[in-house]
Design a protein around this ligand. Structure first.
Ligand code: EPU
Length: 344
């Protein structure tokens, strides 16, 4: 195949990042199979050796700060297969290119449960395994059994077990030592034909009670509840550019938290291994940033953890706001908050 049919050149990445940043990449290639991906990688090695490659799903966790000088790869692999065992375990293999929430919906409709609390998270199946997406007391890694990926440098397939990927809060080996080296092709999830709702997360129990759903929660009702909560709190990327939580919630020592609590007795917090997790959104709100703007970039008015593009913002505008927010939180609380979004 000729390179001309393998990729497009100088393509806008506007449809491939939810922040709505208008940058371009030198080349853009899509694949719907492993064979096609290998052919693209072979052609790139031949025609553009040594040039950088970036895998992008829905671009919901990326901030482009400049034009990308290499090739952006985008998965359209959407095939699936399921193996439902007699013990009620459903192993579902899904292509990396599936829109995440369409996959969650598909699983719930088929009676394969577990992913309900992760409903409506923007992004793709492939990204869920890289980023270990999480919400409302659930994380993708609880359900991930295996991840198949192709090594960009060699075209070889490798299947990673859950444990090899060393998952943690918004972390995986794909973001550490394997960073930039693999394109995820399929993810195998371990789900259940029995619905066991996870309703322990903070506000979730209250929302269930408020809707009179206690004791009669169905998978569809839980999924709809999560969708409603997210819609109420988080901006739709199609209406207001954003990358979801811009920062990860910091974990501070118990001693540091005791000092914070002395000044702010109502400070929300969660005990975790190694310390206390404090919601970054709360810290940012306490600093007076909620709803404020810096040029075309802003802190979302209903959830201070989310930075938004009010229109025409560049990556640099968002970074300037992120730096200003981090400086204020450091000055007021002595706490360092780190971006969750990847700067490219
Ligand atoms: N809070 C404030 N002000 C704010 C935002 C939050 O005071 O502006 C307080 C809330 O009142 C609450 C606490 O902070 O007491 C936690 O808020 P929330 O339940 O909204 O969750 P979060 O910690 O801010 C995390 C995830 C979200 C996920 C929610 C729900 C991270 C970085 N973010 O946010 O994930 O949807 O929990 O589970 O852990 C994402 O990753 O893109 C994302 C949206």
């Amino acid at each position: 195949m000729q390179p001309a049919t393998m990729w497009t050149e100088n393509q806008s990445l506007l449809p491939y990042n939810t922040f709505g940043i208008d940058v371009r990449c030198a080349r853009f290639a899509e694949y719907d199979s492993e064979t096609r991906l290998r052919a693209i990688l072979d052609a790139l090695r031949r025609d553009h050796p040594g040039e950088s490659v970036l895998c992008v799903g829905a671009g919901s966790n990326l901030l482009f700060t400049r034009d990308y000088p290499g090739t952006v790869l985008h998965s359209n692999i959407t095939r699936w297969a399921a193996d439902v065992r007699d013990d009620g375990t459903a192993y579902v293999i899904a292509g990396s290119g599936w829109v995440w929430d369409e996959f969650v919906d598909f699983c719930v409709r088929n009676g394969w449960y577990g992913l309900e609390n992760l409903s409506y998270i923007p992004g793709t199946v492939g990204a869920s395994a890289v980023q270990n997406i999480g919400a409302y007391g659930a994380e993708a890694e609880q359900f991930i059994e295996r991840v198949a990926a192709i090594e960009l440098a060699t075209g070889e397939t490798r299947v990673f077990t859950h444990d090899e990927l060393r998952y943690a809060y918004r972390q995986s080996a794909f973001k550490q030592e394997l960073r930039g080296r693999y394109a995820v092709t399929t993810v195998t999830f371990r789900l259940s034909t029995t619905f066991r709702p996870a309703t322990g997360y903070g506000s979730l129990g209250r929302e269930i009670a408020a809707r009179g759903l206690e004791g009669k929660l169905t998978p569809q009702a839980l999924r709809q509840l999560i969708i409603d909560i997210r819609r109420a709190k988080l901006p739709e990327p199609t209406e207001l550019g954003n990358g979801g939580s811009f920062f990860v919630n910091p974990v501070i020592s118990r001693e540091a938290f005791a000092l914070l609590q002395a000044d702010y007795p109502a400070a929300p917090h969660y005990d975790v291994e190694g310390g206390v997790k404090v919601p970054a959104g709360w810290l940012i709100e306490q600093c007076g940033w909620k709803g404020r703007r810096l040029g075309p970039a802003g802190v979302y008015e209903r959830q201070a953890l989310v930075l938004v593009n009010h229109g025409g913002a560049t990556g640099a505008d968002i970074v300037a706001l992120s730096d200003a927010v981090r400086d204020t939180v450091r000055a007021k609380f002595g706490i360092e908050i780190q971006p969750e979004v990847n700067f490219i």
